[in-house]
Design a protein. Sequence first.
Lengths: 355, 254
Amino acid sequence: MEKLMTEQPFEQARVHGYKASIKAWFIDVILWSYTALIGYKLGYQTWYLQSRHPDFYWHEPLYALGIGVVLASVLSYSTCSVGKAISGLILFPEDRSIFRSASVRLAVFFIALTFIAGLHVSQVSMREFFSDSGLAGAQRIFSALLTPNFAIFEDALFAAIETVYMAFIATSLAIPVAFVLAFFAARNLMKQSALSFAIYCVIRFMMNLTRSIEPLVWAIIFSVWVGIGPFSGMLALFLHSVASLTKLYSEQIESISDGPVEAMTATGAHPIQVIWYGVVPQIVLPYLSYTIYRWDINVRMATVIGLVGGGGIGTLLMQYQGLARWNEVGMLVIVIAAIVWLMDYASAKIRAHLK
Amino acid sequence: MQLLQCNNLSKTYPNGTQALHDVNFTVEEGEFLVIIGLSGSGKSTLLRCINQLHPVSSGELYFEQQQLTAMAGKDLRRQRSRIGMIFQQFNLIPRKTVLTNVLAGALAVTPVWKSLLGLYSEAQKQQALDYLKIVGLEHKAYVRADNLSGGQQQRVAIARALMQNPKILLADEPVASLDPSTSHSVMKYLQKINQELGVTVICNLHFLSLVRTYASRVIALKGGRIVYQGAPGDIDEQWFKTIYGEDAVEVSIN
């Protein structure tokens, strides 16, 4: 069947033509409008007029858009168009470096422009980095961090243990949920009928949504819901782990070989049996590997989540940082580094043996 | 006795490729029917239509006088369990023992919860071991299936199909991934099953020399249509060129 598909390729209509041209034009409009806006705000107002905080008016991007439309339309008759290059409308001769073509040079220009604008927006300043007061501050905090207060070692250790357990519970509770959801989020199993495909789409959407919200934000939500402490942090990690593991697991299911599935179906097995015998044996080891990796990530995340009240060593860190007690912070940093290194090392070792 | 009947079978894939055009043929009990044709001529599709791994687009398919194309769910699974199948890539369950793989042939007659826990009856296990003996692999029962050689894996696949207690065995290019001597060994086991256990075999093959040795009847497909039906000995130079094209040269496997 697979053979049939590759050897008799179904004639794919190449959508070069007006569709690609319109796509190219839209890309060009966006790029040129962007250039016009940056050129005006950064080049003219900030550097030429030397105004530190130029006002923003909504008509400015509209004018920029106008300029973009004009420029893109004019240049759409030439090869000087990034949009055309992306849409595959420009053929690059193989005997010449691609950097000699106008569209590639233009793309380099856009990237350079964004880099310069980025430096400005991030307020990168060598002057502040090497200023006297700045260096004095750096010296103060580093000397404190490097002379950690061992008096709080016990507290730090117990908080770290709390963090590791929190991450472990979050991971292990996420496994069964993600295990079941992954089958419904695997395209190859769910494209059979319209109903199953609809379920697939809904679950994929929910998981993407959950995953796109940082665990830090979930921790804030849960700390209001169940109160500040390890439980809220655990819930945040759990939710994020479910979403991530579902994605990783389902991708693993999508990449399995169809052979055993086909063979099990051919024996007249029930769909559940087909999954148990045709799919599961192919995914068990990668699953284990992902899960351990996830626990590793969760320990790391748990320290960050603690900063917003998710319990564990992160909460302790937040408290001492608020009091500007840098010697204690130094102690906590050492414990965190040790835990993260240990988890990283252990999970890498275990995963190497699972191959 | 007539076991299988295909009337005006056509198959069009969702991408528009028409793999089978109006295919008509019948299969008698006990036959060793071989289907030949170029890659992409529809051989694999035809086999997969017989056990409904691919639903047919139009036409009728009778297996033991029952319309398979009208079936779904439990009825279809029960009929499928009477049709064994082996594949070019063997399609064994990786990381499982040979015995587990053979027992998988009994999934259709095992309750779902029992199969999830791997609870097979002693009788089933004994039967699986017996079938392994038939294909000469009883000493490999507790070895992981993916550690076996290609020929051995295909024999495990045959034992798994036998575990279904099938009326028909479909073999989709069973020796295409094997070397010549292993190919003959696997074909001999298929012949043994056909002759000693009375299982009807429908087999896709590439090499005409294998066809002449093992087939009792031949169907040739070209572009999804049947272009030849008859005895393997009657395929002469002219027919060969019709089936495989003017430029084809026969190669043999010994």
